[in-house]
Design a binder for this molecule. Structure first.
Ligand code: JDN
Length: 222
């Protein structure tokens, strides 16, 4: 999979070289391309934003600059993802769908967002365009939201997680018990002992206990 992101702050994407995502890229399972929107600016001031038609506070990102950047990146099989607080809420099922795509292009707005004609234009050219939000809060721009999505999506690409067992377990967990408390050695720490059942070696009983714990945490749909 190829993942491109367009931003005025390319350095926000530095973490992509770390940990799981860095290894996934080194292994050739995913390729990240980070593009500086400002390099597509069309006037002498490298301007990327302008005042909103209709008035109001803040600035809006100019369509021509975005058009120049996206024309270069969008291919026949690309999905364009525009981060906006008004978008559809990102979820694990959305991550799973995007993990099967061949090319994702993340458009990271700043200020009051991107001139809506950019969305309209690429939609009218029959590209798949998705307006997405990661949650009900307002960030300074789409970069951090894109990072969240990229991590959630990339780890679902086959081969990215070392242990496929944890993915199988997790997809089960998506519908059932999402979360149970975890423990490692030592068996007693600061007078607090690990639940006996986890030391029993009885995997059936352990699974039952974990399911019950997840319910207790309010994380189960069972
Ligand atoms: O998802 B967000 O909170 C978000 C905020 C802004 C954005 C994109 C996404 N562009 C400008 C603000």
């Amino acid at each position: 999979m190829k993942i491109d992101a367009v931003t005025i702050f390319p350095e926000y994407f530095s973490p992509l070289k770390l940990s799981l995502l860095g290894k996934a890229q080194e292994a050739g399972l995913v390729e990240f391309g980070i593009h500086d929107l400002r390099s597509y600016a069309t006037n002498v001031h490298n301007q990327v934003d302008d005042t909103p038609y209709g008035g109001g506070a803040g600035m809006v990102m100019m369509p021509e600059v975005w058009g120049q950047a996206l024309d270069k990146l969008m291919e026949i099989d690309s999905d364009l993802i525009i981060l906006t607080p008004a978008g559809k809420r990102f979820s694990q099922s959305m991550a799973a769908k995007f993990s099967t795509a061949s090319h994702l292009v993340f458009a990271c707005g700043r200020y009051e967002g991107i001139d809506d004609r950019v969305r309209q234009y690429y939609q009218s050219k029959n590209f798949r365009v998705h307006e997405v939000s990661i949650g009900d809060y307002v960030l300074g721009g789409g970069e951090v939201a894109s990072l969240v999505m990229i991590e959630a999506i990339t780890r679902l690409i086959p081969g990215v997680l070392g242990n496929p067992e944890s993915l199988a377990q997790e997809s089960h967990n998506e519908q059932d018990y999402l979360e149970y408390p975890n423990f490692t050695k030592p068996a007693t720490w600061r007078d607090i002992s690990v639940p006996e059942i986890l030391l029993s070696g009885n995997h059936g009983e352990i699974a039952k206990w974990r399911a019950a714990q997840a319910v207790e945490r309010g994380k189960s749909n069972l």
